[in-house]
Structure formats: C-alpha cells, structure tokens
Write a protein that binds this ligand. Sequence first.
Ligand SMILES: Cc1cc2nc3c(=O)[nH]c(=O)nc-3n(C[C@H](O)[C@H](O)[C@H](O)COP(=O)(O)O)c2cc1C
Length: 450
Amino acid sequence: MLLVAANYSDLDRKLVLALSHIKFHLGYFTKFGVPSWSRNADIETATQWSNGSFHRNLAQKLESAKFDFVFFEDSVTVADKYSGSRELDLKHAVYTPKHDPLPLLPLMTRCTSKIGVIATASTSFYPPYLLARLYSTIDSLSGGRVGWNIVTSSETAAARNFGMDELPPPAERYDRAEEYVELAKALWDSWEEGSLVADLETGVYVDHTKVRAVDFVGKWYKSRGPLNTLRSPQGRPVLAQAGASERGRDFAAKHAEVVVGTTSGGVEGMKSFREDIRRRAESFGRDPDECKVFFLLPLFINKRQQGAMSEKEATALLEYGLVMRSSSLNIDFSKYDLDAPLPQDVEAGGHTSALDALKKASAAGISLRETILSYYGKSELGMSGPAEAIAERMIDVMDQIGGDGFLIEGNGLTSHLGALTEQIIPLLQHEGAVRTEYSGHTLREVLREF
Ligand SMILES: Cc1cc2nc3c(=O)[nH]c(=O)nc-3n(C[C@H](O)[C@H](O)[C@H](O)COP(=O)(O)O)c2cc1C
C-alpha cells in the first residue's frame, strides 16, 4: 500500500516517503500527427491538431504535472511496405500524416517555461551542418529546453525520398551516425562560451578568437565550420537515443543523456538494460548519472487490459500494427499467414530487437495475428486499472529497477491525459516519487535534478 503509518507527523511522513522511494523522471512520448485516430478519436482534435493547438495545450498540461519533457518520434515517409500500398497507412493514420516536429517546438516552449521538448531527426537524411544549426537555433528560441533524439532510420521508402535506393545496412548506419554526432558536437562547440561580447564601447559584437573552424574530415562527412549561430543556452541540445542492439547500446551509452528502453523484458530485463547502459557509459569515461534511462510505458488508466474487441476494432488494430511493423522492420507482412506463427528465418532491415520480440512469440507457437493484436491494450508490467493501482505499480517497478524514469506512451492513448495529470501524477507526487517543482531551468538541468 502507498500509505505510511498514521501516527507519523506530516513532516516525518514526507521524510519517510522521500527516503523510501526512488524519485523518478517523467517524459511523454508522442508525434506531431493526429492524436488517437484509431482509438477514441474526437473529431475536433482529429481535424485541428495540425495548427499546433493540441500540442501547445499538451505541453501546458504536462508542465503543470512537472514532466521533464515531451518527446516526438518522427519518420519521413508515407508507408507502403505492407502489400505495396499506402491505403492502410492513410486509412488508419499510422505513419501519415506526420508533420515536422521541429517548428512545433518553439510554439510549445513559448507557452511554457520549464518543460523540455525533444524531437527526432535522422542522421541518414539531414546534412550535419543544417541539423546542428537548426537545433542550436531552437535551443536559443526555447531558452535551452531542447533535445535531439538521434535516429538512423530504417524505412527504405524514406530513403527513396532522399535520392537513395536503399539505406546502408544497420552497422554502417551506426558507423556513419558516430561520425555525424562527432561533427555535430564539434560544430556546437565551435562557439566557445563567452564568445558573445556585445560591447558597445569597443564595438565588438562577437570575440573572433572564441569562434573556430572545425575542419572536420571524416570517412563520410566533411565540414569546415564554424557554425554561424550564437552559442545556444545549453551549448548543444540534450542528446537522446533508443538503441537496443549491441551497437545501439554502445552508441546510446557514449552520447545520449536520455536513453529510451522498452518494457519488453519485464522488470528484470529493464533493470539489466539500465545497468548495462550505465556500465557502458562508465567505460566511455562518462558519469552514468548523466545518462538517464527512460522506459516507454503504455498505461491503461481506469481500464482493464484489452479484452474482447469488436470485429471492427480488432481489424483496425491489426491493420495498424501490420502497417507499423512492415514499415519499421522493412518486411512485407502481407506475405505471411496471419494465422500461423511467423517463420524464424525472417530478417529485418532495422529495429532488430522488435523483430526478436515477434520471433519469440512465434517460437512459442503464437500466430502473427495474435502477436500483433496482443501488443495493443497490453501492459507487460500490469499497468492497467484504477489510477491508485497504476501509481503504486509505477513506484514498485521503479524501486526494483533503481531508476531513472518512465516515458509515458501518448500515441493513440491521448484520452488518458486527464487521468494521468489529475490522478496519477498527484498520487506519485504525494508519495514523493516524482518532482512537485522544477529547480533546473534548462532541460539538461532538469534531467540532472536528481
Ligand atoms: C521508444 C522508441 C522510439 C523510437 N523512435 C524512433 C523514431 O522516432 N524514428 C525512428 O526512425 N526510429 C525510432 N526508433 C528506433 C530506434 O532509433 C532504433 O533504430 C531501434 O530502437 C533499433 O535499434 P537497434 O538497431 O540498436 O536495435 C525508436 C525506438 C524506440 C524503442
């Protein structure tokens, strides 16, 4: 139970609670697309979200609940891997429409003062100089509250929008990303702290001795630099990454300050993922406390886990899942029998850990249909039911793992926002498990508050 003995004074109670729980961080996972079209759609939101009002409102609500950040996934394709057609992607709004989250970030930070905003951009498509300049500009616009989720992308269809026939294989994508991030960091550092002088007396605006060329020559990228933007409040955006493979984990541990993990391995798997990331971070000479692991968490507040569905709902969810997986794994699932387990020799063009999860289910004899359907409405960790039970379970799970935070899944689940911010968060705050105030100003400071 969440309750502490009644004979404690209020102060004792606060102290006991603060000592008895790990305090954890909170992020919110979403996209700049239609919220919840496939489930619980409300027509006004479904037709108005593209003007930014939904996400401005979201940022304000999450800031009042003292979330660390809102996190935007992103992709740059209209998905057609599944049976070679765009029909189901467009019908269920799976990948599409998806607007560019980067211009949205300043709108969200303009109407808030503390919450951070993290947007995804792909090293396979952006030229590094443009990306470094863009994030630097938005970091300045937001007063230092921006993060970059580094992805290498996995969809062939996306590659074809950028003049490529195929993406390089996953290992080479990580090789390139290593070099890319090294260059981006050099560009952000090409303006030293104190480079802006703005001295009316001497007439010097910028101290030229503190702005340097980077003269970067790598295997894939070359840039002279320096960047032509002022040094931004954070110097560089907070870096985030969600890598699950060996290479992905190394990349995350070396560069990321926010590492996204999944709950698929259960509490034990989550604990060992975090320990592994922290060990790797240390081996790269980093303080592991500067590398916070957030676990993507679907919540089913005030609901039981998805039980019997109507046929229409089950078909929509199945089609949604098939489009999503076909595109991200680069596998046309229309070629496989839905009522049989997926063959074990299927290979993915990325997201290898997601394919491993599908194969694990098929090895247990579970059909592709069942595996895809069971993903929706399912919480690996039992996070479904009344708010009190979920809050208690969140505390319990985080106590077992040892940190650092949850990334609450928002896509398709936006109807839970009221219950999340008005019921669950106050319960967690009451128990001393999450912050009740911000003390940091920039996103990096907020992440390092505890
Ligand atoms: C929670 C989560 C969010 C992700 N968001 C994106 C995204 O927005 N865009 C994208 O191209 N890839 C995204 N990915 C894919 C990862 O960047 C990465 O490619 C994937 O986890 C596979 O990593 P691995 O190849 O190291 O196993 C996401 C992965 C996870 C687990």
